[in-house]
Design a protein around this ligand. Structure first.
Ligand SMILES: Nc1nc2c(ncn2[C@@H]2O[C@H](COP(=O)(O)OP(=O)(O)OP(=O)(O)OP(=O)(O)OC[C@H]3O[C@@H](n4cnc5c(=O)[nH]c(N)nc54)[C@H](O)[C@@H]3O)[C@@H](O)[C@H]2O)c(=O)[nH]1
Length: 148
C-alpha cells in the first residue's frame, strides 16, 4: 500500500496591490527540510492512525509552520493528489489549498525545517524542483486567477 501524506498549499495576497495586478500579488509558502536533500515543499506529512486526511493536513501545517486552522481560509473546490516513489515505494500526497487570513502572520518552523520562503509562482516553481509539484503550483495559480 502507498505511503500517504497530506498537506496544504498555502498562499497569501498583498492586499495593497492595484486591481490590475491582482494575479501578481499571490505568494506561495514553501518550507525547506533540515534533513536529506533539503528539498522544498508545502507543509505536509504522514497520516497518523485514526486521522482523516484533512486533519493530517491541518496538524502538519500547525506543527511545521506554526499556523492554526483559524488563521487560514480553506479554499473550497480545490484538492490535488500527487503520486511519486520514495525509496522504491509508492507515496500519495493529498494537498488542499488555503489562504492566509492575515498577510503578516508569522511562520514558526519546527526542527524538521530550516527555512521558509513566500514565493511568486515563477520562483516557487524553481524552489519546488519536482515537475509534478511545479505543475500543481501552476494549476493552483490558474484556479485562483480564474476565480477573480
Ligand atoms: N534524517 C533524515 N530524516 C528523514 C529523511 N527523510 C525523512 N526523514 C524523517 O521523516 C520525517 C518527515 O515526516 P513527515 O513530515 O510526517 O513526512 P513528509 O512531509 O512526507 O516528509 P518526507 O521528507 O519524508 O517526504 P517527502 O517530502 O515526500 O520527500 C521524500 C522524497 O520525495 C521526493 N519529493 C518530495 N516532494 C516531492 C514532490 O512534490 N514530487 C515528487 N515527484 N517528488 C517529491 C524527494 O526526492 C524527497 O527526497 C522527518 O521528521 C524526518 O525525521 C532523511 O532523508 N533523513
Amino acid at each position: 500500500m502507498a505511503v500517504r501524506a497530506c498537506g496544504l498549499i498555502i498562499y497569501r495576497r498583498l492586499q495593497s496591490a492595484p486591481p490590475s495586478k491582482v494575479t501578481d500579488n499571490i505568494e506561495y509558502l514553501l518550507l525547506q527540510t533540515s534533513y536529506g536533500t533539503h528539498h522544498w515543499t508545502p507543509p505536509k506529512g504522514h497520516v497518523d492512525p485514526g486521522e482523516d486526511d484533512l486533519q493530517t493536513a491541518l496538524r502538519e501545517t500547525q506543527e511545521e509552520a506554526g499556523l492554526q486552522a483559524t488563521q487560514l481560509t480553506l479554499i473550497e473546490g480545490y484538492k490535488k493528489e500527487l503520486h511519486y516513489p520514495v525509496n522504491g515505494k509508492p507515496k500519495t500526497v493529498v494537498y488542499w489549498l488555503a489562504e492566509m487570513k492575515d498577510y503578516n502572520t508569522e511562520i514558526k518552523l519546527s526542527e524538521e525545517h530550516q527555512a521558509f520562503q513566500w514565493l511568486k509562482l515563477e520562483d516557487a516553481c524553481k524552489f519546488a524542483e519536482y515537475e509534478d509539484m511545479q505543475a500543481t503550483l501552476k494549476d493552483v495559480h490558474q484556479f485562483l486567477c480564474s476565480r477573480k
